[in-house]
Design a binder for this molecule. Structure first.
Ligand code: ATP
Length: 270
């Protein structure tokens, strides 16, 4: 049964269709299947628990019942959005950041390209996937997982980057559907500005580790260390290396770590 508080929050958004699950494998998988069955723009899949939640590169995203917010929003890109697919991922980061700041009044940063941090710890993961039909873009799914209370945070050995929950960082009790409503409202707002200079500036203004030394890890190439300068017009991360040379990185198989971070293990660490 759909919780009444969820229905109430969604009535204040433009969500067109809803699928709610107490437990599901992955909300992204369900949303991708729903696109094939003709879901409308701004349809939402939400679950209290995901047993096979996915992050980038098929890494597991932990979603525990009662303590996390896990949902996937389906967008049917308009003609002018079709060549901006890589920006849907930062769109989610910008929207989550804004929503959490509005709801909790706490400073929130975006770890390029799209992880969302509070006090330099990750509380939100984002996975955007496109669905193609006979070479044509059928839809885009925006998968967002937010750690609300302590029970949502995976054990230390599972964290590739320090993790936290919103309640841990604010010592407040949080209504997860209020956060959801604000994320959806911000997504609608920033979607209309996708790729504009205001969009890129907002992303850059809230970037974590600017001016600080970071390490860019790649699964198949040596790591590169440099100071973050910002992002360029394509949304690539620009680093200044020790010799003053600038280098940019596309969103792809790269991971950003503070260069002083403790190695938490995992396939891409170190
Ligand atoms: P990075 O670039 O920092 O490596 P990523 O964007 O590739 O991150 P995601 O796809 O967002 O990573 O998420 C997958 C990773 O997030 C997992 O490998 C795991 O370490 C971590 N993780 C999984 N569940 C959670 C959670 N609930 N909270 C915080 N971190 C999590």
């Amino acid at each position: 049964m759909i919780p009444v508080s969820l229905q109430k929050c969604l009535s204040q958004t433009i969500v067109s269709q809803l699928k709610y699950y107490e437990s599901i494998g992955s909300t992204n998988d369900e949303a991708l299947a729903w696109i094939d069955a003709e879901a409308q723009d701004f349809s939402l899949v939400i679950a209290d628990e995901q047993t096979k939640g996915r992050g980038r590169f098929d890494r597991h995203w932990v979603t525990r019942p009662g303590s996390s917010l896990a949902f996937t929003l389906i967008l049917k890109p308009r003609a002018n959005e079709r060549d901006m697919i890589p920006l849907f991922s930062p769109l989610c980061g910008i929207a989550v950041r804004e929503a959490v700041e509005i709801c909790l009044g706490t400073a929130v940063e975006i770890k390029w390209p799209n992880d969302v941090l509070i006090n330099r710890k990750k509380f939100c993961g984002i996975l955007v996937e496109a669905s193609w039909r006979e070479g044509d873009l059928a839809g885009v799914v925006l998968g967002i997982g937010i750690n609300i209370s302590r029970g949502s945070v995976p054990p230390l050995e599972f964290q590739q980057f320090p993790a936290t929950s919103l309640e841990d960082e604010t010592s407040r009790s949080i209504d997860r559907y209020e956060i959801l409503k604000n994320v959806l409202l911000s997504l609608e707002h920033w979607r209309a500005k996708l790729g504009t200079s205001e969009f890129m500036k907002t992303w850059e203004d809230h970037l974590a580790f600017v001016g600080e030394q970071v390490r860019i890890e790649h699964s198949e190439k040596p790591s590169i260390i440099g100071k973050i300068k910002g992002i360029n017009t394509q949304g690539n991360l620009v680093l200044v290396l020790d010799d003053g040379q600038e280098m940019s990185f596309e969103i792809g198989d790269v991971h950003l770590r503070p260069s002083t971070s403790t190695d938490l293990g995992g396939p891409n660490a170190g």
